[in-house]
Design a protein around this ligand. Structure first.
Ligand code: HEC
Ligand code: HEC
Length: 354
């Protein structure tokens, strides 16, 4: 290096040093969620959700018009045979997108055998239902409409009902480029709306983003237990930012009944899937009691007690489920952590029906 150049550089550094006046440190910017795009639709996800994990089928890109139509259909009881039950009856935004009942009640007050899971954060999972029998949200959506004890309709009659409501044709036109009403379009629009129902930006997410006061001491201890494979071991199955491995496990829930629900086995016919159910997300779980596929646990503390006992012994019980021997304080800490996963919910707005 030439000596002249060195002198010049030192002089420049000196000049920078002198020009510097003491400034207040800038306010740290509030942490932002990731940006998510599908079709011509773009949204900032709530903090903590990962855009790269989103699943949208290629033939159903999102758009504002499709979301708008899907929201109307989701909240419209006229999709059911007797006009009394909509998707929102059992997946109610005011009840954590569930129904606060152990098992759901459909038309004519008929009850099913499974608990209504939340519709939140479906953007991040492909297979739907406790047993994963629907390949995606599009495949799922027509199920309850035809289920005799849920909405009890036929697709044909459901479509002709919608055709008789003249307000729907323009909304289908906007969403799909022509006014035709078909079961597939109904399913695609509902699935698109569901993909906007998102929960994130919880105290846990803000803590992860550096806001160390966002979690209390009990929740911080609960988080350590949750993540410790030698202790509560929850993270093995409730993995990743959406707290699920999207896989199926037997915890023994309901296995003491005379005719247990075989869960995933009904779909896969694999012996090891007997009594296995899909790991649910734990985001906003404090809003959707009661818990488990049969609604058998009333509170989060009951769920923690169930894990503490080592689930319910049966020949297909997951190897990951063992008695935990948690202290009373550790149980409260785990519950405090589960409660800290409750955050902002997007997509709750109710539509005006045509
Ligand atoms: C009568 C109550 C009821 C109605 C009405 C209903 N559902 Fe459900 N929903 C349930 C129950 C119960 C399950 C779980 C069933 C199972 O896993 O076998 C479920 C499962 C789901 C799932 C799967 C979620 C997951 O985590 O796997 C989605 C998505 C869903 N419903 C969306 C809808 C949509 C869309 C509609 C309207 C077209 C609807 N539901 C109508 C009760 C209902
Ligand atoms: C072997 C995998 C596995 C492990 C380990 C595990 N879970 Fe689960 N979790 C599941 C499955 C599967 C279900 C649904 C089971 C059913 O309904 O049959 C579930 C259900 C839940 C529910 C109910 C959610 C709802 O919406 O109904 C909560 C809460 C929960 N787990 C919390 C925990 C906590 C806390 C731990 C650690 C103590 C834990 N889980 C460990 C797989 C697991």
């Amino acid at each position: 290096m030439k000596p002249g150049l060195l002198v010049g550089m030192l002089a420049a550094l000196f000049a920078i040093g002198c020009a510097e006046t003491p400034k207040e440190p800038p306010e740290p910017a509030a942490p932002q969620g990731e940006s998510f795009t599908s079709g011509n639709y773009t949204a900032a996800l709530p903090l903590g959700l990962q855009a790269a994990a989103a699943y949208v089928p290629e033939n159903n890109p999102m758009s504002a018009a499709r979301i708008d139509l899907g929201r109307k259909l989701y909240f419209d009881p006229r999709l059911s045979k007797d006009g009394t039950v909509s998707c929102a009856t059992c997946h109610d935004p005011d009840k954590g997108f569930s129904d606060a009942r152990p098992t759901s009640m459909g038309i004519g007050r008929q009850t099913g055998s499974r608990n209504a899971p939340t519709v939140m954060n479906r953007l991040f999972s492909q297979e739907q239902f406790w047993d994963g029998r629907a390949a995606d949200l599009e495949a799922q959506a027509l199920g309850p409409i035809q289920n005799p004890i849920e909405m009890g309709h036929t697709l044909q009659d459901m479509v002709s009902n919608l055709k008789n409501l003249s307000g729907y044709a323009p909304v289908f036109q906007a969403a799909f480029g022509s006014p035709d009403i078909t079961p597939d379009r109904v399913a695609q629009a509902i699935a698109t709306y569901e993909r906007t129902v998102l929960a994130g930006n919880s105290p846990f997410d803000r803590y992860q983003a550096g806001e160390k006061t966002a979690l209390g001491e009990s929740a911080v201890r609960g988080m350590a237990l949750f993540n410790d494979a030698q202790r509560a071991n929850c993270v093995t199955c409730h993995a990743g930012f959406n707290f699920t491995d999207e896989s199926y496990h037997n915890l023994g829930v309901g296995m003491d009944r005379p005719n247990p629900d075989w869960g995933r086995f009904g779909v896969s016919k694999n012996e090891f899937d007997k009594g296995a159910f899909k790991t649910p997300t734990l985001r906003n779980v404090s809003q959707s009691a009661p818990y488990m596929h049969d609604g058998s646990e009333a509170t989060l503390l009951n769920v923690v007690d169930f894990y503490d006992r080592g689930g319910l012994q049966n020949q297909w019980l997951s190897k990951e489920i063992k008695p935990l021997r948690l202290t009373a304080r550790e149980k409260t800490d785990l519950v405090a952590f589960l409660e800290a996963l409750t955050g902002e919910v997007r997509g709750t707005g109710k539509p005006t029906l045509p």
